[in-house]
Write a new protein. Structure first.
Ligand code: TUI
Length: 323
């Protein structure tokens, strides 16, 4: 199979393409569609209680026997219960975000669950490899939602050099060009968020999808730096208000309180004025709604075209640029 890397063997997937475990966005429906198409679908647990996560897991199991994952957001008040639920449900793969999953490693390992944390620094990558994680997702600040400081371009090769486990690249990756670039940087696969958020099987509000499809190159912004939790979102009235609060030195706790519940408002109610429209910089490269299978197919055929074009670099047929 094309682009079958050791990461595919680890995941049990056909292709080294993971779907980002986006809070509120990555439901059982989306994860099932991606896994069915040969990628690794991932349910985003976000701040949801364990019983809600269990329902999403049931949706995936009902739709496909292929492997899938659950993303555990480590700042969630329900994190301990969600950990126990994914273990009880024998979820094959866990990804983690927004923290260090170290204290849960013995539980996951006992259960035979593959653990793939998201990292935004080399130091955490090294620490987690020592703690026995199976692979790492190196996520650059092009990504949507909560992000680190480094770009995908500089983070991925440094993490790949620092560890001896498979690395997945994330942040700014949407198509075959990004896929090949990620492999060039030392990754064995990619995680794609924003493009899958816009897929047919994504259950987010129509307004949200349209906002992504209309986004241009400079339409995302990073808010929340003063709170210690920077978040990339599409600009709107909410981000104007947050910028004003941060400039005026409003206390982080008050800013967090103001921002809470806003992602749900965007995803479920379609509130594009005061909702938090989390999306990566790659939103500008997502122009249409497609099925998850079409997205995977397009990334793989696009990647093959790039490889072919690059293979001509020594000949007089080589034309740089374009997909
Ligand atoms: O987690 C994400 N993206 C997210 S989480 C989220 S919910 C949320 N909303 C507002 C504030 C905070 C969370 C929305 N989007 N991506 C993975 C990711 N993890 N990006 C960066 C990190 C990260 C950051 C620091 C991982 C580990 C980390 O380590 C801290 C430590 O303990 O060393």
């Amino acid at each position: 199979m094309a682009f079958y890397t050791p990461l595919c063997r680890l995941l049990g997937s056909d292709y080294p393409i993971l779907q980002g475990g986006m809070a509120w966005v990555a439901t059982g429906e989306l994860a099932a569609a991606v896994s069915k198409a040969g990628g690794l679908g991932i349910i985003g647990a976000g701040n949801a209680p364990a019983d809600a996560v269990k329902k999403e897991i049931a949706k995936v199991k009902k739709t496909t026997a292929k492997p899938f994952g659950v993303n555990i957001m480590l700042l969630s008040p329900f994190v301990d219960d969600v950990v126990e639920t994914v273990i009880a449900e024998k979820v094959p793969v866990v990804t983690t975000g927004a923290g260090n999953p170290g204290k849960y490693m013995p539980r996951f390992q006992e259960a035979g669950i593959k653990v793939i944390p998201v990292v935004s620094s080399v130091a955490l990558a090294r620490r987690l490899e020592r703690q026995g994680v199976d692979a790492l997702i190196a996520e650059g600040m092009e990504a949507g939602g909560h992000i680190g400081e480094l770009t995908t371009m500089v983070l991925v090769p440094q993490v790949a050099d620092a560890v001896n486990i498979p690395v997945v690249a994330a942040g700014g990756l949407v198509d075959g060009r990004g896929f090949v670039a990620a492999l060039s940087l030392g990754a064995q696969g990619v995680q794609v968020g924003t493009r899958f958020a816009c897929s047919r099987e994504s259950t987010i509000h129509r307004n949200y999808k349209e906002k992504i499809m209309k986004a241009k190159d400079r339409d995302t912004i990073v808010t929340g730096r003063s709170t210690g939790y920077p978040v990339r979102v599409i600009k709107n009235r909410l981000t104007k208000e947050l910028e004003r609060m941060e400039k005026e030195g409003v206390l982080p706790a008050e800013i967090e309180k103001f921002a809470s519940g806003k992602l749900r408002a965007a995803v479920c109610d379609g509130d594009m004025l005061y909702g938090s429209i989390m999306a990566g910089q790659s939103a500008a490269m997502v122009q249409k709604e497609e099925s998850s299978a079409e997205i995977i197919e397009d990334i793989l055929t696009g990647a093959q075209k790039v490889m072919k074009r690059l293979s001509l670099y020594k000949s007089d047929k080589f034309e740089p640029g374009g997909e």
